[in-house]
Unconditional design. Structure first.
Length: 437
């Protein structure tokens, strides 16, 4: 067995062990809820992550192995990267360096056991890149069809796949490579892309394009601009890029066969730099740029000392991260929330009927207790719970799981219920009793 596959299988085993013992994060629990209400698409995101969760339902009784189908699915993208390296005529040593880095960087390695819409996107993005590279090198019509298929399935994963086309256009324009296309085959890309993205298109047509509008509003517009956003973006991205390696990224950018990797990195980073002047950019939005960054970095020899320092630092970071997750259950912070909500699952039986103040709380309690916990109608932003039509309380007395600072929707205050905190928990969470007249 080659070194690539030894690392491949060992790393997959590590991921499956972590996925088994790590409770679902609140956002994961939200997508798990989607998988119990299958649709062509959803208000927040396309449906692929819900479909992947659905494949794992038969494993739900075993720890948190419900993640397994999706984790294995994404892990297979490493084979796609192996093929990309082969198409670009890069050495086996370069592939091994790339493999080690991508597995040790937390947001690509450890983070790949967290099931969010980024997970299927990170599978179909390199697959699309692979067929794009083949399209620029070969005249076979099937590559155009497979490119469209991959882009269409990527659109069912996360809308960010449209940026693939932006990067491709920038690359073809700047490098004057439009003549490599066989325009008589472009129709295959369009037809297959449209065909495989049809579930999302149909859902949006039937729902007044709610999902498209939400994502545009969420990512490109804010009520009030803050000067700190671009600075936060630049500092955050530089940290994620691992500064000692950026030198090799720019050193390799002019090598002819590596130019697609360059444009598919800077295209993403540049696009979100521009949007940071309009709204805050979440760090995971640029994830697609980092595998191409590391592929370009590792394409030539990196001094052994530099590589050793980077690997040692990343390994230490992973050990600290995993250790804190499993042995710091009572610590504060987002990454410790799943352990907290798992402990609180008995509150669903203790306080009836129990509602959540937002989708994170409701989804987590629902997943861990396996008992429906709806979100109070109109609380926080509009989300999937607001489409269930079971979140408006009809009882005279209800209980609400919330943080102290969470506000109720206006309709609650208008009814002037009697409010009483009946359970004070850690992390400033409370259960509040509401009695309506």
């Amino acid at each position: 067995m080659s070194l690539f596959y030894r690392i491949f299988w060992l790393s997959l085993l590590v991921k499956l062990v972590i996925a088994y013992f790590l409770p679902l994060l609140p956002d994961e629990a939200y997508y798990w809820l989607w998988s119990n209400h299958l649709q062509l698409s959803y208000y927040d995101h396309p449906p692929m992550i819900a479909w992947l969760f659905r494949f794992g339902h038969f494993l739900e009784p075993y720890g948190h192995a419900i993640r397994y189908p999706a984790v294995i699915f994404l892990h297979l993208s490493l084979i796609t990267w192996k093929e990309i390296f082969r198409e670009l005529k890069l050495s086996t040593e370069s592939l091994h360096r790339f493999l080690i880095l991508t597995l040790l960087v937390p947001y690509l390695g450890f983070g790949s056991v967290i099931l969010t819409p980024d997970l299927p996107l990170m599978f179909f993005w390199p697959l699309s890149l692979y067929f794009f590279i083949r399209v620029t090198q070969q005249t076979n019509w099937s590559n155009y069809a497979w490119l469209g298929t991959s882009l269409g399935l990527g659109f069912l994963s996360k809308y960010h796949i449209v940026l693939f086309l932006v990067c491709a256009i920038i690359y073809l324009t700047c490098e004057k490579k439009w003549d490599v296309f066989r325009w008589k085959y472009i129709g295959f890309t369009f037809i297959f892309g449209l065909l495989f993205s049809m579930p999302v298109v149909i859902w949006n047509v039937n729902n007044n394009f709610q999902s498209f509008a939400f994502q545009l509003q969420h990512g490109l517009k804010a009520d009030k601009w803050k000067w700190i956003w671009p600075l936060e973006y630049v500092v955050g991205q530089l940290f994620m890029l691992i500064p000692p390696l950026t030198f090799y990224f720019f050193k390799n950018r002019k090598i002819e066969n590596l130019k697609p990797l360059y444009y598919f990195t800077v295209g993403i980073l540049g696009f979100f730099l521009l949007t940071s002047f309009r709204s805050s950019v979440e760090m995971n939005w640029t994830l697609m740029a980092f595998p191409t960054f590391f592929a370009l970095v590792t394409a030539v020899d990196i001094p052994k000392r530099t590589m050793a320092i980077v690997i040692a630092g990343l390994a230490t970071l992973n050990i600290a991260l995993v250790g804190s997750m499993f042995f710091g259950h009572y610590a504060h912070g987002k990454i410790f929330e799943p352990f907290f909500f798992e402990i609180q699952k008995n509150k669903v039986e203790q306080y009836k009927p129990l509602y959540g103040i937002n989708y994170q709380i409701s989804s987590s309690l629902w997943y861990f207790s396996k008992t429906p916990v709806y979100k109070i109608e109109g609380a926080s932003r509009f989300d999937f719970f607001d489409t269930l039509k079971k979140n408006h309380p009809i009882e005279k007395t209800i209980y609400v799981f919330k943080e102290k600072t969470n506000e109720y929707p206006d309709w609650v205050y208008k009814l002037k219920p009697k409010m009483e905190i009946v359970d004070q928990m850690d992390r400033d969470y409370v259960i509040e009793k509401l009695e309506f007249e």
